[in-house]
Design a protein around this ligand. Structure first.
Ligand code: SAH
Length: 332
């Protein structure tokens, strides 16, 4: 059913009983449209080098105190194969914008991983169309590139030297090339009004995303936005729930940043419309140096296999189960 901008904004403004009703409705729509399966995506953070200087991100190039790393391609392939053996059906390769990972190097990694029957998701930032094309030919299935804000003005303020239009161009290229496209926004980004957040969510519908990543803003002290307040947990949950209503059949992750605000953040999201989790499989020695935002506790990273049993029990208690298929976007 089509939603107006005003209705989206009203949902984002709801509180008390109306907020509870929004979460309940989103949970029902999730169950009806994408079922009770929870898809696990194994995340590998393959490089913390970044050419960009986004005002909110700890990987920004002017954060010169950060000790950077790149995981060597053969090690990435090895880590991916371990994850596949553990049962992961999707491997996500994420990094700062790092041209050391040339089209050819990434294509090699993709084709090695695709020797197993799994999906490969890339989240490597803005690249030329030819790179996206090369990676699609190598077998990549999905690409995550958040638009961060649907306002070209706010985008320009927070991303020096980058262009909102180029980011949209990348998203359009990815869609044309046949990727399942994930995009999304930071909730509570300084300068984002509720009206703008409603426009952000509307943009997801207008573009036709297959997946939407929506997580709260977490200030990183070594960035220009380090002294701004965190995004609000309830608002982030309401944004996820509203997105489930306006785009009923897409994949919606319970994003890691939610857990930086509350140990139960992701679980609340799973009960308010979300159907995807992205356990971080990056080895700890690297992961500690991939700090997009400060990590407040362990819970959001390794879903270690020691913890797996407890995790499955918790899911079962919610009437949910871990998916055994690739979990692509099944358009209703
Ligand atoms: N270089 C890749 C991956 C970026 S990191 C790209 O450009 O897509 C993944 C996401 O983390 C970003 O898209 C952004 O939405 C989010 N992020 C970065 N800094 C953040 C912060 N301080 N708080 C919350 N989310 C943040």
């Amino acid at each position: 059913m089509p939603f107006t901008l005003l209705e989206i904004q009203e949902a984002l403004q709801s509180s008390g009983d109306a907020q509870t009703a929004l979460f309940t409705k989103a949970d029902q729509v999730r169950a009806q449209k994408v079922g009770n399966a929870v898809h696990l995506r194994g995340l590998l953070e393959i490089s913390s080098y970044c050419a960009q200087n986004c005002f909110y991100c700890g990987l920004r190039r002017e954060h010169t105190l950060l000790a950077r790393y790149r995981i060597p391609p053969e090690e990435i392939i090895h880590l991916a194969k371990e994850a596949i053996q553990q049962g992961f059906k999707t491997i996500v390769l994420q990094a700062g914008e790092d041209v050391w990972f040339s089209a050819e190097k990434v294509a090699h990694i993709i084709s090695e991983i695709k020797k197993s029957k799994v999906a490969v998701t890339l989240s490597l930032g803005e690249r030329p169309r030819e790179d996206f094309q090369c990676w699609k030919a190598a077998g990549a299935d999905r690409y995550l590139l958040r638009l961060e804000t649907s306002s070209p003005d706010l985008y320009a303020q927070l991303h020096p030297g980058q262009s909102w239009h180029n980011r949209v161009r990348c998203l359009e290229d990815l869609k044309e090339l046949g990727y399942e496209v994930g995009s999304g926004f930071i909730i509570g980004l300084p300068g984002q009004s509720l009206e703008l957040l409603a426009q952000d969510l509307k943009w997801l519908v207008d573009f036709g995303v297959d997946m939407a990543g929506l997580g709260p803003f977490i200030p990183h002290p070594q960035t220009p936005l380090g002294t701004y307040p965190s995004g609000n947990l309830d608002l982030a949950l309401k944004a996820i729930a509203t997105t489930r209503l306006i785009l009923p059949d897409i994949n919606l992750p319970a994003t890691t940043a939610l857990d930086a605000l509350s140990p139960n953040g992701r679980w609340q999201a799973l009960q308010a419309g979300a159907n995807v989790l992205m356990p971080n499989l990056t080895p700890m020695a690297y992961q500690q140096r991939y700090n997009i935002y400060p990590d407040h506790h362990e819970a959001c990273s390794n879903l270690s296999f020691k913890a797996e049993h407890a995790f499955k029990e918790r899911l079962t208690a919610l009437g949910r189960f871990i998916s055994t298929d690739l979990g692509g976007h099944k358009k209703a």
